[in-house]
Design a binder for this molecule. Structure first.
Ligand SMILES: Nc1nc2c(c(=O)[nH]1)N[C@H]1C(S)=C(S)[C@@H](COP(=O)(O)OP(=O)(O)OC[C@H]3O[C@@H](n4cnc5c(=O)[nH]c(N)nc54)[C@H](O)[C@@H]3O)O[C@H]1N2
Ligand SMILES: Nc1nc2c(c(=O)[nH]1)N[C@H]1C(S)=C(S)[C@@H](COP(=O)(O)OP(=O)(O)OC[C@H]3O[C@@H](n4cnc5c(=O)[nH]c(N)nc54)[C@H](O)[C@@H]3O)O[C@H]1N2
Ligand code: SF4
Ligand SMILES: [Mo]
Length: 723
């Protein structure tokens, strides 16, 4: 018999409200839930494949242990016993720092898992906690630490009359500025209202198509462009003088430094039309409301922190922060009530604290310990060497920069454990693969999408929305699955550890349920979880009485738009020769710049085992401008070698008139270990291999150059892709 349940899609971080048809205990169909007040019935092609994901023949349904290069089924109890023993031994011999956790993409939708992983690490005393956020946009939190956070938050998208997207494509990625909850509809509504969208991107993206102004710039020149925009705003006195006087420091310093970024200089350096640049600055600054936000593109190009800082500077110049008496767009639901004040918060330390990594003088920082240094930490012998790695919902072999180094690191580990649903490129090298329950098999809460408020600015639900979902189907018969939190709890039990979860000591004898843990995560929430559970379609728990409070009398804190480190970085940019196409190293021996991008049908390395999602592309094409392809004597479908100064990968050429000349646009997280390179038409290739983690990296966050990578392209004998 068929029944319908509402649920939260956890294929991606967007958490769409969906309706799932369940027949004979199995999910058979997913559609959008029109009664959901946040998503209005939206789903994407990935979400509609949840049944295929859950019942994928390739899905790992019981723990796997590697015995002489073969993986064998092992009972979860036994896997936990053995892993706990090995960890105990390693900690006794090498200390707790020898154990590292990498909590990645699929930690986000499972907050009990990520919190339990952190509790476990605390209990063993290891500071080596890494997340994929550190190879994503670590410059965001670091820039906020330097500039300061406006306690009440930014202008909302819903009543803005302009928005500027810098290297983000939210319509596809559900990230980067437009609230990621049916962003296409939100953008459509905004444009209909008259919103002026500005996009800065070397590609004419789905968002750029809709933009009032598109600056199709050279990649890697975002600090230059944003400094140029700040300069125009200052020169033309388009800034919010009153706000700057009351709430910002550093105006005169900023003014002096950006004065060198004249429209002529920026136009030449970033190769954008000068008049269009000036129009972009005016359009943004002359509007009443709206933010500038940046995505992964410029964050992965050199100087991501500086880009994020200049984004904040432009917003502050224009006073785009909520003021006293305005309605708080989202005072939170499943988190304690947020009653913002119209003031800057005290600035936390941005870097130089906490754990010191053994390479590149990196420390803990507001963006977290750098996962780009984790392979080094595994390979570098000596005191403190990382011997055990637990990856939670991540795929280092697909996603870490410098894949060949990562490959060596994965093999060098004494204990390599991954919690994954499939035999990923990382799982194939792991000692243990622990498969978890999937999204429809375990309860869910929307709380993580509230929590990302603290990660960036202008992220998270634009209204106080929340939803809970119980488990709606049983895992496949005969499977032996652990939720992510159960894995860490099971280890702790065996290792005799007392875990503290979200501030409370856990009962280490009587195992809690996922719902118990959710209750703990929601302690002190503005709306009790039980209340949220009453609304199967999700609900907006509005309270118009929650308005922005006035500034505290004693508050002297200000936003800093002339931070000394960032101004020094801008001066460094100025000192570079204009002929440099993309950042640090003046090098004209490379003809192209490879830039990052997302593809709609897959999610990082996920989705490639689901036929409908790879019907267009099993691989990640090397998208290039048709003019460039012709100039190089190439044709669509040709296999080429793409070489950086660090490594080479194969690519399959595809024509894309939306890509700027001089640029190759290619998605990440494809490919596998080097012995599979020839299968480029089936598995694509790994762009991460082109990155050198030791060069052109951000000295505060460790973020290496993962976009705007100088490369050369060479046609190769097509038989290299023979298999
Ligand atoms: N060159 C280059 N490198 C990049 C990027 C880039 O643009 N260019 N982007 C970076 C960014 S932004 C990020 S966030 C990282 C991503 O880095 P990672 O998170 O390390 O990579 P993913 O491919 O998302 O890995 C997710 C893994 O989780 C598994 N999985 C799927 N569903 C579940 C589940 O329900 N539970 C569990 N436990 N596992 C599940 C998938 O099978 C997959 O193996 O990559 C970064 N690397
Ligand atoms: N369908 C789908 N959705 C996803 C993902 C996915 O793999 N597939 N991944 C998820 C993840 S992990 C994340 S972090 C988010 C990221 O979300 P976004 O940041 O929106 O990611 P992209 O869509 O890649 O958009 C980045 C844009 O930056 C541009 N770009 C590249 N280099 C530069 C540069 O130097 N300067 C400028 N100005 N632009 C540049 C690219 O052309 C691209 O259009 O998306 C998430 N959503
Ligand atoms: S955007 Fe697609 S994959 Fe992401 S939550 Fe929504 S339906 Fe699921
Ligand atoms: Mo990401």
């Amino acid at each position: 018999m068929a029944e319908t349940h509402t649920a939260i899609c956890r294929f991606c971080h967007s958490f769409c409200g969906i309706k799932v048809t369940v027949e004979d205990g199995k999910a058979v169909k997913v559609i959008g839930d029109k009664d959901n007040p946040m998503y209005f019935g939206y789903t994407c092609v990935k979400g509609r494949q949840l049944p295929k994901q859950h019942y994928n023949p390739e899905r790992v349904l019981s723990p796997q242990k590697r015995v002489k290069d073969q993986h064998q089924r092992v009972a979860s109890e036994q896997a936990l016993d053995e892993i706990a023993d090995t960890l105990t031994e390693l900690i006794e011999k090498h200390g707790p720092r020898s154990v590292a956790v990498y909590a990645a993409t699929y930690s986000f939708p499972y907050p009990a898992g990520s919190t339990m992983a952190a509790s476990f690490m605390k209990a063993i005393g290891s500071p080596m906690q890494f997340s994929s956020g550190s190879i994503d946009q670590p410059g965001k939190p670091v820039a906020i630490a330097l500039h300061g956070r406006w306690n009440a938050g930014p202008h909302a998208f819903s009543d803005s009359d302009t928005w500027m997207l810098v290297g983000a494509n939210p319509v596809v990625s559900k990230w980067g500025g437009i609230p990621q909850y049916n962003p296409a509809k939100r953008l459509y509504d905004g444009l209909k209202r008259g919103m002026k969208l500005i996009v800065i991107d070397p590609r004419r993206t789905e968002c750029a198509e809709k933009a009032h102004i598109h600056l199709q710039c050279k990649p890697g020149e975002d600090p230059t462009i944003l400094a140029g925009i700040a300069n125009i705003i200052i020169e033309e006195e388009l800034y919010d003088r009153a706000f700057l006087e009351s709430d910002a420091d550093g105006f005169e310093t900023l003014k002096e430094v950006v004065s060198h970024f004249t429209p002529d200089y920026v136009a030449e350096r970033a190769d954008v039309d000068k008049d269009l640049l000036v129009e972009a600055a005016r359009t943004f600054a002359q509007a009443e409301r709206g933010m500038t936000t940046a995505g992964t593109g410029p964050n992965m190009a050199p100087r991501g922190t500086l880009t994020e800082y200049m984004v904040l500077v432009i917003n502050t110049l224009c006073g785009r922060w909520l003021r006293e008496g305005e309605k708080m767009p989202n005072p939170f639901v499943l988190l304690p009530k947020r009653h913002g004040k119209a003031q800057a918060e005290p600035k936390p330390k941005a870097w130089g604290y906490g754990e010191q990594l053994r390479v590149r003088d990196l420390t803990d920082n507001a963006g977290g310990l750098s996962a780009a240094a984790l392979a080094d930490e595994i390979l570098l012998e000596g005191e403190g060497q990382v011997k055990a790695l637990i990856s939670v919902g991540g795929n280092p072999m697909a996603a870490w920069p410098d894949q060949l180094k990562t490959y060596e690191a994965m093999k060098a580990l004494d204990l390599n454990v991954t919690l994954d649903i499939k035999m990923s490129a990382t799982a194939k090298l792991a000692d243990y693969v622990i498969p978890p329950k999937l999204g429809l098999e375990a309860p869910a809460i929307s709380q993580p999408n509230e929590g990302i408020w603290f990660y960036g600015f202008s992220t998270g639900y634009p209204e106080p929305y929340a939803m809970y979902q119980p488990a709606i189907v049983e895992p496949p018969a005969g499977s032996d699955l652990l939720e992510e939190w159960e894995f860490f709890y099971g280890l702790a039990q065996r290792m005799g550890l007392q875990l503290n979860f979200a501030g409370q000591d856990l009962d280490m004898v009587n195992k809690p349920t996922t719902d118990d843990l959710f209750e703990m995560l929601c302690t002190g929430s503005r709306i009790p979880l039980d209340e949220v559970k009453k609304y199967p379609h999700g609900h907006i728990f509005d309270d118009p009485s929650i308005t922005v409070l006035p500034k505290d009398d004693e508050c002297e804190e200000k936003l800093d738009i002339g931070n000394e480190f960032m101004m020094a970085d801008l001066r460094e940019v100025l000192a570079e020769p204009v002929t440099d196409h993309a950042g640090y190293t003046m090098d004209t021996t490379y003809s192209h710049r490879l830039v990052s991008r997302r593809m709609n049908d897959v999610y990082n390395s996920s989705g490639r085992d689901i036929p409908v999602l790879v019907k267009n592309h099993q691989y990640n094409p090397a998208f290039m401008n048709p003019g460039d392809i012709a100039a190089l004597g190439l044709h669509a479908g040709d296999v080429v070698e793409i070489s950086s100064d660090h490594a080479s990968i194969l690519g399959v050429i595809e024509e894309a008139s939306d890509v700027r000349p001089g640029v190759i646009s290619m998605a990440h997280a494809f490919g596998d270990a080097p012995e599979h390179d020839k299968q480029v038409f089936y598995i694509g290739s790994n762009t991460g291999r082109l990155t050198n983690v030791e060069k052109d990296y951000d000295h505060r966050t460790g973020m290496p150059r993962m976009s705007a990578i100088p490369v050369n392209i060479k046609r190769v004998d097509q038989s290299v892709a023979a298999e």
